[in-house]
Design a protein around this ligand. Sequence first.
Ligand code: 5GP
Length: 244
Amino acid sequence: MAEGPKRYEGKAKILYGTDDPDVLISYFKDDATAFNAQKRGQILEKGRMNCAIASHLFQLLESQGIPTHWIDTVSDREMRVRAVTIVPLEVVVRNFAAGSLCQQTGLPLGTPLTPPLVEFYYKNDDLGDPLLTRDRIRAMQLATDETVETITQLATAINRHLIEFFQKCHITLVDFKLEFGRDRHQQIVLADEISPDTCRLWDDMETDTQNRILDKDRFRQDLGNVEAAYQEVLNRILAQVAPN
Ligand code: 5GP
């Protein structure tokens, strides 16, 4: 796939322009970072696996009426996406306590969260992506109340669809991070990616608390078998979307 000029390079993806100003190419890299890029490395074939995983999940969500930036997948590491202006919020949905929630609140790992938490963090590496409140979002003029409400509704619906899908894969969706953007019609659409880089996924077939981890926590915590975990997630998704 011939790309136009590089528009933006993030930690895990590169965005290239195309002939159409409304369309970008999102290229998935093998680079992995954690702890606000203080830890860096590579996960072999991660770009290929995450591109495939994210493509399937975007298609699933589109089929359920969730607007996303995904147009189509054009190679094993590239998807065409609609150009959007990213809302500078990281939206985290939590079904079970893990990660920073446990560290900050003392809630035991795996505590069920009913209803799920929808949290907003400021997408700003220099500030370490701090947790926001609705009052702070308003004061910082990061998004209007209406946009926050729209995003909350979308994130909640996305969570419902993903929980149901991952259940069929025998995977528990513990938590995940979403990013949203505004397209040229000002519609809020799901952007970025959904993959083991951005989700916590626990294998329901495995009871051991370390062996069950199928996501970037294996890289963050140096648990080993990172590639195999990502491949397992992809295999289970493929078994659902294309049985046989
Ligand atoms: P936590 O707040 O526990 O660190 O993260 C909650 C969830 O959001 C986890 O699934 C984690 O992977 C995801 N997440 C939060 N911030 C980021 C981020 O900056 N990059 C990525 N890739 N995932 C994030």
